[in-house]
Ligand binder design. Structure first.
Ligand SMILES: [Zn+2]
Length: 359
């Protein structure tokens, strides 16, 4: 079965400003790289066209007041926070972005493809029910998850590996035991949330798992998180569908974060995630693009690595920008691994009340 890639040229129309980290070149350069590598000529890849989400799809996650506010401000231009303004026309593109996530879920659910990468923007994981934030307007991931649940999928595991905590997604599913939300993120970093003790409420207690990564965390550290936390919890939760909030800002060249993952590391992490989806979900897996601001040096290669891993292609084509290797050395910190071990112990301690694998 094939791997889908959702993409639309209209995703390049959104711009807060030409120098904003979340700018159109993020996707334009990735597309150039994918074309250069012949990804779209590969028989195991299928390009999937998105459609717009409907207002009803969005209202499953966001309040009517916020949707009306966004629609209204998008006509004349407006403002949410210091790094998230509302450019004219953003509402339509945000609806196409949310619809792109839904479309990815749909083609996987209908088994047109095995798994799918929604290469969309604007991103979504900081958007809360009542307000956007941090470059995000609509929570694409949450909108897709609710769409899937309305079509009979009960247990969904979200793995949010963006370098920033997925505070919007966490808030949406905080009291929900049908969605296991696992977030790995650099701490300290925007938005400042995502401590291990934030573990859900009511029926959702135990179904939010936050794993803070110290600055300087490398591929090796991330693999430890996969082995120690993510894999055992997935085994116990038995998800029917896996959805990844794929933020590529853990890369060692990312200008607004301090982690030290490589493009190859990303591909390996995705390969492990694909294995989980094969074990529990008949391979059903969607990755939704979130952040990633090393626009030229890393994002095209990390996206290529993720897609290659999803499609089971040879990963030896995944390259690092060679001249940046001293930067990797500078960013990667040995002490990060020791701090990370402590964080993992803390996560296990908090969650030993909820998960047998940690008790
Ligand atoms: Zn991010």
């Amino acid at each position: 079965m094939k791997t889908g890639i959702v993409y639309h040229e209209k995703y390049l129309d959104h711009e807060q400003s030409p120098t904003h980290p979340e700018r159109k070149e993020r996707l334009a350069y990735t597309m150039d790289q994918l074309i250069e590598e012949g990804i779209f000529d590969n028989p195991s890849i299928k390009l999937v066209e998105p459609y717009s989400a409907t207002i009803d799809d969005v209202l499953e996650v966001h309040t009517k007041e916020y949707v009306e506010f966004l629609m209204r401000e998008s006509k004349k231009g407006g403002f949410i926070d210091w790094d998230t303004n509302i450019p004219v026309g953003v509402f339509e593109i945000a609806m196409l972005s949310a619809g792109g996530a839904i479309r990815a879920g749909e083609v996987v659910l209908e088994r047109e493809v095995k798994n799918c990468f929604a290469m969309i923007r604007p991103p979504g994981h900081h958007a809360k029910p009542y307000i956007g934030a941090g470059f995000c307007y609509l929570n694409n991931m949450a909108i897709m998850v609710r769409w899937l649940q309305k079509r009979g999928i009960r247990r969904i595991m979200i793995l949010d590996w963006d370098a920033h905590h997925g505070d919007g997604t966490q808030e949406i599913f905080y009291d929900d035991d049908s969605v296991l939300f696992i977030s790995t993120h650099q701490m300290p970093l925007y938005p400042g949330t995502g401590f291990p003790y934030e573990c859900g409420t009511g029926r959702g207690e135990g179904y939010t798992i936050n794993i803070p990564l110290p600055p300087g965390t490398s591929d090796e550290g991330y693999m430890m998180v996969l082995d120690e936390i993510i894999k055992p919890v997935a085994e116990e939760f038995q998800p029917e569908f896996i959805a990844v909030s794929a933020g590529q800002d853990n890369h060692f060249t990312d200008p607004i974060t301090g982690l030290a993952l490589t493009a190859r590391g990303y591909a390996e992490i995705m390969r492990s995630t694909v294995e989980l989806s094969e074990k529990y979900c008949d391979g059903m897996l969607v990755a939704v693009l979130e952040g990633g601001y090393s626009v030229e040096s890393a994002l095209p290669y990390t996206n290529l690595g993720i897609i290659s891993a999803m499609a089971g292609l040879d990963l030896s084509c995944i390259r690092e920008p060679l001249n940046y290797l001293p930067e990797l050395k500078f960013r990667r910190k040995e002490s990060a691994l020791i701090k990370l071990e402590r964080n993992i112990d803390e996560v296990k301690k908090v969650h030993s009340r909820y998960w047998k694998c940690f008790s």
